[in-house]
Design a protein around this ligand. Structure first.
Ligand code: ATP
Ligand code: MG
Length: 792
């Protein structure tokens, strides 16, 4: 064994080493608490596989984010050499499936150019499915949704919005769990079954797949096509998976087939399962035991990350969960460290001020425990809580990075991506519509009228949006509409009409320019730079274009066009240095094949960025404070962590976006796990803050979970101190009662989930709160929504 390998293995503890060195044909399951070195052990396992003579080209490692993937590649590269590390396939489930589906697209009824529908496009397809269902049943004459129990009345736009949102969740849940329309028929949910049928056929006719389809189509490819199965068996001779607790039923199915050779290692912690709203299902551990009966299970129980105080506090909290697959007793040899500070603040401003002041204090060189900005993180439940911190930090000149998934939800970014997409051989209507919206230099109403008109024409002529637009704008001014048998176009004045034609033509010219750019330019960087420059300033200054679209996370000034362009260019270089090489090696593609191919591969890479939850870039993190949601902080660690707004209504967050409270045992437990994940990110020092009042002067209660942490581990600051102490005893009794009822509640919850997902409550964790606004706007009687995927 090379010296570097044995050194790495020597530095692991005995159990970690035992795990890493387990015979490679034994299915291995490593279950352990946070900070116990699961990911570190997984690196050791990959080294062992390499040492046993498995080629790096035949190893598949699944991680939860591409950031985690590049981190792992780096760690392995440092030991096994960069060349070897480059040959490994380290991928997320989605990007792995995307590649598989692209390679065999025709087998799943698509062309290899298929589009991937994000949440916005998925929602529009759901709306379309609802309408098709109504039309089929001929129950509606006025266009309002009649699906569901309210079918006797006409729904307001708001009710329709809620309905569509609910059905979107339904579709997501159905796909994550692998249920088909036939399954729903059997369950007696015929409407659900029909919605699924319509939804699937809409996506098929648009040559599109959604995120979940990627996984289920991969499963289909592997089960229905023996040649695909053989190809994968030849390619992936060993598989390792980190963060196993967050795999969905379908993802597990995929793994099981891929790992028919039983050379599989899974690493996870059921107590850290926090993505059930996304279909994650911890029962995967149970299935693994059943499907790989000769498996070996190794538990790690020593926490290397956090102080004893933090480990004990987190353990006390999670102990309150009744539904745990495996009880873990996490210990640590680390020093006890200082107590966890629980701080009550009057309101969110006071909370920000406290955090900012504290950061300045601990980062100053006079402080006893000097800590650089890069070792500090602020964790919150919802994206929106990050905004106030940005303002406070900017005022105090504290560098921070919030480069999360929100970046790809930004309108400007989406517009640039849509512009790039138009240069591909196949492009969807929604990208063209987005580009027209950005490039047409009119006021909102006029813009809407023009786009509506193009849509009308394309509906009448049954052609794509861009074909209709080309026809309209290339036609002579008089007689345009007679030609299509359209009723009179309602322009306000002939001047308006002329300017509309002129501007429409300009947009077409710009689109042509983009296509030419792609043919002419030799690098994606050059294309992005030029494309970003084509966006008119007027559009950038429009409030909703440049201001955050993700519930307030990104401030205007941080993301002007220059920084947006720069961030995209950063991604280009990362893409070129890792991902593109990987694709190139696999498919023997040379760069001379032209930019169009590269562009497509790059857009696929961006898709990964969109689907993942956090991009912790080392570069970004080095000397800036991290602002992130708890979900996005998974697997990461910092010396100092502030968990903010730990209030009832935040953690646990038990109401949906309509404010309706739905408390179930399962939800409370998932929320508890969320706080557990947050607490266990801290190495040295943990602050937990809660506020007394929200911005509407509503009184807020501290989170019930705070009372589950033993008092002797806390340094409570603020008035709640006495109250917390008084309540503690009573609450412990209450919890004991609650636990007894858990199983019963679980059952009820699960029953509810089958026909209709009950996870609306969590909807605003991953989705921009702005989506509702977008939805409302999109659904406001716009007829073109019936046919097109308009996202905004
Ligand atoms: P999480 O559940 O949060 O993903 P994890 O179990 O994957 O955590 P790692 O991230 O692998 O844990 O390790 C946590 C920290 O402990 C890291 O800083 C790592 O370097 C350190 N560590 C792991 N194993 C050892 C060891 N044997 N000796 C010293 N430090 C270790
Ligand atoms: Mg880990």
């Amino acid at each position: 064994m090379p010296e570097e390998y044995s050194n790495y293995l020597q530095n692991l503890n005995e159990r970690q080493r035992e795990a890493a060195c387990t015979d490679i044909s034994t299915p291995l399951m490593i279950v352990a608490g946070p900070g116990s070195g699961k990911t570190s052990t997984m690196v050791g396992r990959v080294l062992m596989l390499l040492n046993e003579g498995i080629s790096p080209l035949n190893i598949l490692a699944m991680t939860f984010t591409t950031a985690a993937a590049s981190e792992m590649r780096e760690r392995i590269g440092a030991i096994a050499g960069k060349a070897t590390a480059k040959e490994l396939t380290i991928s997320t489930f989605h990007s792995f499936s995307l590649q598989l589906c692209r390679s065999h697209a025709e087998k799943i009824g698509r062309t290899s150019e298929f589009l991937i529908y994000g949440q916005g496009q998925q929602r529009n397809a759901v709306i379309e499915a609802i309408r098709l269902l109504e039309n089929g049943k001929n129950r509606s004459k006025d266009g309002a949704s009649l699906v569901g129990e309210e079918s006797k009345g006409v729904l307001t736009p708001k009710q329709f919005k809620d309905k569509a949102k609910k059905w979107q969740k339904f579709v997501t849940q159905a796909k994550a769990s692998g249920r088909t329309s036939a399954d729903y028929c059997e369950l007696g949910n015929e409407i659900g079954a029909e919605i699924l049928v319509h939804y699937n056929s809409i996506l098929k006719s648009c040559n599109a797949l959604d995120y979940h389809d990627l996984i289920s189509c991969s499963v289909k490819l592997l089960t229905d096509f023996p040649e695909v199965f053989r190809e994968c068996q030849d390619s992936w001779k060993a598989i390792v998976i980190d963060e196993f607790q967050d795999t969905s039923t379908m993802q597990y199915k995929l793994l099981r087939i891929l790992a028919s050779h039983h050379k599989i290692t899974i690493v996870g912690d059921d107590d850290q399962s926090i993505f059930s709203f996304n279909g994650a299902d911890v029962s995967g551990f149970m299935s693994f035991r059943k499907d790989f009966p000769n498996y070996k299970e190794i538990r790690l129980n020593k926490n290397y990350r956090s102080t004893r105080c933090i480990v004990e506090a987190a353990s006390s909290l999670i102990r309150n969960n009744a539904k745990r697959c495996q009880m873990k007793n996490v210990l640590t040899d680390n020093s006890s460290g200082s107590k966890i500070v629980v701080k009550e603040c009057n309101n969110e401003d006071a909370q920000c001020a406290f955090v900012a002041d504290k950061i300045i204090e601990i980062s100053s060189s006079h402080s006893e425990t000097t800590c650089s900005f890069g070792n500090i993180a602020i964790l919150y439940r919802r994206q929106i809580s990050g905004k106030a911190f940005q303002i406070a930090f900017r005022d105090r000149k504290i560098p921070f990075n919030i480069h999360g998934v929100a970046f790809y939800r930004k309108k400007v970014v989406r517009t640039i991506i849509a512009m790039l997409r138009t240069a591909l051989p196949v492009c969807d209507d929604s990208s063209y519509i987005r580009v027209f919206k950005a490039l047409l230099q009119f006021e909102k109403d006029q813009k809407k009228r023009v786009i509506d008109h193009i849509n009308k024409i394309s509906t009448i002529r049954k052609c794509s949006f861009i074909l209709a637009a080309s026809d309209i704008f290339s036609a002579k001014i008089s007689g345009t509409f007679k030609r299509f048998g359209e009723k009179k176009y309602s322009y306000t004045s002939l001047t308006d009409y002329r300017s509309e034609l002129t501007h429409g033509r300009k947009v077409l010219t710009t689109l042509e320019m983009i296509s030419k750019l792609v043919l002419r330019e030799k690098s994606i960087s050059a294309i992005i730079t030029s494309v970003a420059d084509l966006i008119p300033e007027k559009y950038l200054l429009e409030k909703r274009a440049s201001v955050d679209v993700d519930g307030g996370t990104l401030l205007n000034e941080d993301y002007d066009i220059r920084s947006v362009r720069q961030y995209l260019l950063d991604d280009v270089s990362e893409f070129l240095s890792t991902k593109f090489l990987e694709i190139k090696e696999k498919r023997e593609i040379s760069e001379d094949k032209g930019c169009s191919f590269m562009l497509k591969a790059f857009l696929d890479f961006l898709f990964e960025r969109e689907t993942e939850n956090f991009r912790a870039r080392r570069k970004d993190n080095e000397n800036s404070v991290t602002l992130t949601t708890i979900h996005q902080a998974k697997g990461l660690e910092w010396d100092v962590v502030f968990i903010v707004k730990v209030n009832e209504s935040e953690i646990p967050l038990l109401h949906d976006y309509k404010g309706i409270i739905k408390e179930t045992g399962a939800l409370v437990e998932e929320e508890r796990r969320l706080l557990y994940v947050a607490m266990t990110r801290a190495r040295q020092k943990l602050f937990i803050l809660h506020v007394m009042m929200d911005s509407n002067w509503q009184m807020l209660q501290p989170s019930r979970f705070l009372r589950e942490i033993p008092n002797h581990l806390l340094e409570v600051q603020g008035e709640m101190n006495i109250q917390v102490q008084l309540k503690q005893e009573a609450v412990q009794k209450e919890n004991a009662k609650l636990n007894a009822n858990e199983l019963l509640k679980e059952q009820q919850f699960e029953e509810e989930v089958v026909p209709m997902p009950n996870d609306l409550l969590n909807s605003h964790i991953t989705e921009s709160s702005n989506e509702l606004a977008e939805f409302e706007e999109a659904n406001n009687g716009n007829t073109f929504l019936r046919r097109f995927n308009v996202e905004d």
